[in-house]
Design a binder for this molecule. Structure first.
Ligand code: HEM
Length: 424
C-alpha cells in the first residue's frame, strides 16, 4: 500500500479537493488494487481526471440539466414520496400507530428514485425496489470502499466479498441487462424514424444505450458506472434523512417548546444542512499525488502517496463554524463563501453530482428536504418503546459503528391525525 497523509483542516481539505496534482484515478498508483477495483471502480466518473472527467460529467449532466431536474422531481420524487407516506398511513397497527425502522424504509423509497435515474424500470415500484435494495445491501456490505482499496487494505477472498460479487451479478442480470436491451431497441426505433427524442426515457441506461460517452462501448465499464450511481445515491441520501431526523428529535428534547418549528420549511432545511455537516457519509476521499504536493497549510504529500481528505473534521472546525461547531444548530449562520452543509458533498470538480437532486433548487424540493417534510408532516416521532442512543458522540467523524448506528424506530400517530382531520 502507498503511504497516506491525512488532511483534516478546513483550508487543507478545500485545497486538496481542488488540487490538480492530486488525482482521483487510483488505478494508476502502480499498486495492485485487486479485482474489486476492476469490478467496481476503474474508469467510472469518480476515477477520472481532467478533460475526460469534464466530458463524463457533462454527459451525466444531460439527466438533470435544463428541465431535467424539474422533470425528475415532478415525475418521480414528489409522487413516490407522497404515495409511500400515504401507504404508511393506510396501514397503521391496531393501536392506530404506523411504525417503521427509518433507514430501511427510506432506503426503499430512495431506491425507487435511484432506479428511475439509473433506468432500472422494475425497481421504480416498491416491490422491485425492496428486492434491489436487499441485493444492494449485500453488495455494499462486502464491497471495499476506495479508502479500503487504497489505504487500509482488504481481503479479496472474504466471504462478504464473494457475496458482494454474487449480488452484483444478480443485479446486473435482473435489473440492468434487460433494461439496456429495451433501450437499445428504442435507439433502433429512433434511428428508423419510428419514435422521437421525447419518447426516450431520461436515465443513465438510456445514455449508455446511446453511447453518449463513447467509453461506454466497453460493457464492463457501463456496468461499473450504473452500479456506482446506484451505490452513490441510495445509502448516502438515506443516511442523511436518518441523521437529520435523529438530530431533530434529540434537539427537541432540549427545546420542548419548539415543536411547532417542525412545520417550518426553513427549520427543516437548516436541520438537514447541519446533519449533513455533522455526519459524513464516507470515511475519506482518497487522492493520489502525481507529483510532490505541499499544501498551503504545510501538509506534504510526496509523489505516489495518497492524500486522505477527511471532510468530517474540516466541517466541524470551530474557526469556521463557531465555537459550537460540534453542536447541532439548525439556525446556524456561516460566513460568506462557506457551505452551510460543510464538505458533505465535497468540493471542486468531483463535487457530488447528486447535489441538486438531494438539496433541490428552491426550498424543500430536493429529495432530502421533501422526504423530511413528508415524514414530519405525517407525524413522525421517535418510538418511545425503542429510545435512540445519544447522537452527540457520533458527530464530526466517520467510523463504521457511528455511521451505521443501531436501528432507529419511528412511529406515526395515524389514529389522532385521522380523528383531527375528521373533526375539522
Ligand atoms: C446526502 C446525499 C449525498 C452525499 C452526502 C453525497 C456525497 C458525495 C461526495 C462527498 C462526493 C465526492 C467524492 C469525492 O470527491 O471523492 C460525491 C460524489 C458523487 N456523488 Fe454524491 N452524495 C450524495 C448523494 C448523491 C446522489 C443522490 C447521487 C446521484 C443521483 C450522487 C452521485 C454522485 C456521483 C456520480 C459522484 C461522483 C462525481 C464525480 O466524481 O465527478 N450522490 N458525493
Amino acid at each position: 500500500m502507498p503511504n497516506s497523509v491525512e488532511i483534516k483542516d478546513f483550508e487543507g481539505v478545500r485545497e486538496a479537493w481542488k488540487c490538480p496534482h492530486l488525482s482521483a484515478r487510483m488505478g494508476d498508483s502502480g499498486e495492485e488494487l485487486g479485482p474489486s477495483y476492476e469490478l467496481f471502480l476503474r474508469g467510472t466518473v469518480i476515477q477520472l481526471d481532467g478533460a475526460e472527467h469534464v466530458k463524463r460529467r457533462r454527459t451525466y449532466g444531460q439527466l438533470i440539466r435544463g428541465g431535467g431536474h424539474k422533470e425528475f422531481r415532478d415525475t418521480w420524487l414528489f409522487p413516490v414520496v407522497d404515495s409511500s407516506v400515504r401507504e404508511l398511513h393506510a396501514n397503521p397497527d391496531e393501536d392506530g400507530f404506523a411504525r417503521v425502522e427509518v433507514y430501511r424504509w427510506i432506503r426503499r423509497v430512495q431506491m425507487q428514485l435511484a432506479a428511475a435515474l439509473v433506468g432500472f424500470d422494475e425497481a421504480r415500484e416498491p416491490e422491485g425496489a425492496e428486492e434491489l435494495a436487499d441485493l444492494m445491501t449485500i453488495l455494499m456490505a462486502g464491497r471495499p470502499t476506495q479508502y479500503e482499496m487504497t489505504v487500509v487494505g482488504h481481503d479479496e477472498e472474504s466471504a462478504a466479498l464473494k457475496a458482494t460479487v454474487g449480488a452484483r451479478d444478480e443485479i446486473l442480470e435482473r435489473f440492468f441487462r434487460p433494461n439496456l436491451e429495451r433501450r437499445l431497441e428504442l435507439v433502433r426505433r429512433l434511428e428508423a424514424g419510428e419514435i422521437s427524442e421525447e419518447d426516450l426515457p431520461k436515465d443513465l441506461t438510456m445514455l449508455i444505450a446511446r453511447r453518449a460517452d463513447p467509453a461506454w462501448e466497453d460493457p464492463a465499464l457501463a456496468e461499473r458506472e450504473v452500479l456506482l450511481l446506484l451505490a452513490g445515491s441510495v445509502h448516502t441520501t438515506s443516511s442523511a434523512v436518518m441523521w437529520t431526523l435523529r438530530e431533530i428529535f434529540a434537539w427537541l428534547e432540549e427545546h420542548p417548546d419548539e415543536e411547532s418549528r417542525l412545520e417550518d420549511d426553513d427549520f427543516i432545511l437548516g436541520a438537514a444542512r447541519e446533519a449533513l455537516r455533522l455526519h459524513p457519509v464516507a470515511p475519506a476521499s482518497p487522492r493520489l499525488a502525481v507529483e510532490d504536493v505541499e499544501l498551503k497549510s504545510g501538509a506534504e504529500i510526496p509523489d505516489g502517496a495518497i492524500a486522505l481528505i477527511r471532510s468530517g473534521f474540516a466541517s466541524t472546525e470551530p474557526s469556521i463554524y463557531g465555537e459550537d461547531a460540534m453542536e447541532f444548530n439548525p439556525d446556524r449562520e456561516v460566513p460568506p463563501g462557506i457551505y452551510e452543509f460543510g464538505f458533505a458533498f465535497g468540493t471542486g470538480s468531483h463535487m457530488c453530482y447528486g447535489l441538486p437532486i438531494v438539496m433541490g433548487t428552491n426550498g424543500l424540493d430536493g429529495s432530502l428536504g421533501y422526504m423530511l417534510k413528508a415524514m414530519l408532516g405525517a407525524g413522525a416521532r421517535p418510538d418511545p418503546e425503542a429510545p435512540m442512543p445519544p447522537v452527540g458522540p457520533t458527530r464530526g467523524d466517520y467510523d463504521d459503528a457511528t455511521n451505521h448506528p443501531p436501528p432507529f424506530h419511528v412511529i406515526f400517530d395515524v389514529g389522532s391525525q385521522q380523528a383531527a382531520a375528521a373533526g375539522r
